[in-house]
Design a protein around this ligand. Structure first.
Ligand SMILES: NC(=O)c1ccc[n+]([C@@H]2O[C@H](COP(=O)([O-])OP(=O)(O)OC[C@H]3O[C@@H](n4cnc5c(N)ncnc54)[C@H](OP(=O)(O)O)[C@@H]3O)[C@@H](O)[C@H]2O)c1
Length: 286
């Protein structure tokens, strides 16, 4: 398939891409890939289905794909690379991450090379430090991350799992390009990020990317949300993601057409302020 051939289908949803990150239009949610291609080691047994799932997501308008060198020891990135073949590169927003054991200059340069090779890309849109490391020298880490923007292998840089203090440290060392995003756990069973981290990111124009937005699937069992969902003719997953979208870019991992179409239904409508606040102020939440 040639680049752009599948583009027509995807463009149908483009009108909903109101948000921009690093100058590129992004869908209101992305797709996560933790577990696609294995967990801590590569597992090739679901490659065909995983590749297809990512393609279904793109065909339904999702252009943000989140992966990491650590997922399936790089095999998740290989699946992403395979899945995005034939799409317009410029229309996709690819996020990947460097693992904490690689947080020195040599390690970061080697890690991004490996990620680009596995995904068959010339650049990633966002390159994140996966977790803070107590032993890494943030001056060197952030200088190297910024060099990736300068040499064109990353369009932007950011962090993941950083609280306010760690973020302040990273920001101090990245004044040339700045921190564009912080990827953190944020879901309706764990809204602790709303206390400090999200307000800090909002104040500093750092995009919040919400990982495990479905609490690894547990959110779908919430009775408290079912009543609200019923009134919107939506389901609990859709209400949860809609809530999160107000202050973040959720990246649910969904496999198969049924789950993917379900998460897509979380966008394109809005919870009323009253219902939003009802969820915010009550259970489930804290
Ligand atoms: N930066 C980090 O440290 C970090 C940490 C964790 C995760 N992440 C990223 O965030 C992504 C999402 O987080 P996650 O994978 O931990 O968990 P998640 O997205 O909260 O939940 C995934 C689970 O929800 C299920 N699911 C998906 N759509 C559903 C639907 N419509 N109805 C019911 N269940 C549904 C999935 O099942 P199926 O697979 O069967 O669809 C899967 O079991 C990851 O894949 C990864 O890219 C980043």
């Amino acid at each position: 398939m040639v680049a752009g051939e599948r583009n027509g289908a995807r463009m149908a949803w483009a009108g909903k891409m109101a948000d921009k990150l690093l100058g590129k239009k992004i869908s209101p949610m992305g797709i996560g890939t933790w577990g696609m291609g294995g967990w801590l080691i590569a597992d090739r047994s679901n490659d065909k289905d995983d590749t297809k799932s990512i393609r279904i997501a793109i065909d339904n308008g999702i252009n943000v794909i989140d992966t990491a060198e650590m997922y399936g020891r790089g095999h998740s990135e290989e699946i992403v690379g395979k899945a995005i073949e034939g799409y317009e590169r410029e229309e996709l927003f690819i996020v990947t991450k460097v693992w904490p054991t690689h947080l020195d200059r040599k390690g970061i340069l080697k890690a991004i090379d490996g990620s680009l090779r596995r995904m068959n890309l010339k650049y990633v849109d966002l390159y994140l430090v996966h977790w803070p490391s107590p032993i890494a020298d943030m001056k060197i880490v952030m200088r190297t991350m910024e060099d990736l923007v300068d040499n064109g292998t990353a369009r932007g840089i950011g962090v993941s799992n950083f609280g306010v203090a760690a973020l302040e440290g990273a920001m101090e060392e990245s004044k040339r390009h700045g921190i564009s995003a912080n990827e953190i756990r944020y879901n309706l069973l764990d809204r602790s990020a709303e206390r400090d981290t999200i307000p800090f990111c909002e104040k500093n124009r750092i995009k919040v990317i919400a990982y495990s937005p479905l609490a690894r699937g547990k959110v779908s069992g919430s009775d408290a949300l079912a009543e609200i969902a019923g009134r919107y003719k939506k389901d609990v997953v859709q209400v949860s993601l809609n809530y999160l979208m107000k202050r973040s870019l959720p990246i649910p991992k969904a496999r198969g057409a049924r789950h993917i179409k379900d998460i897509i239904g979380a966008a394109g409508w809005k919870l009323s302020a009253k219902d939003y606040n009802k969820i915010k102020n009550g259970e489930p939440g804290r």
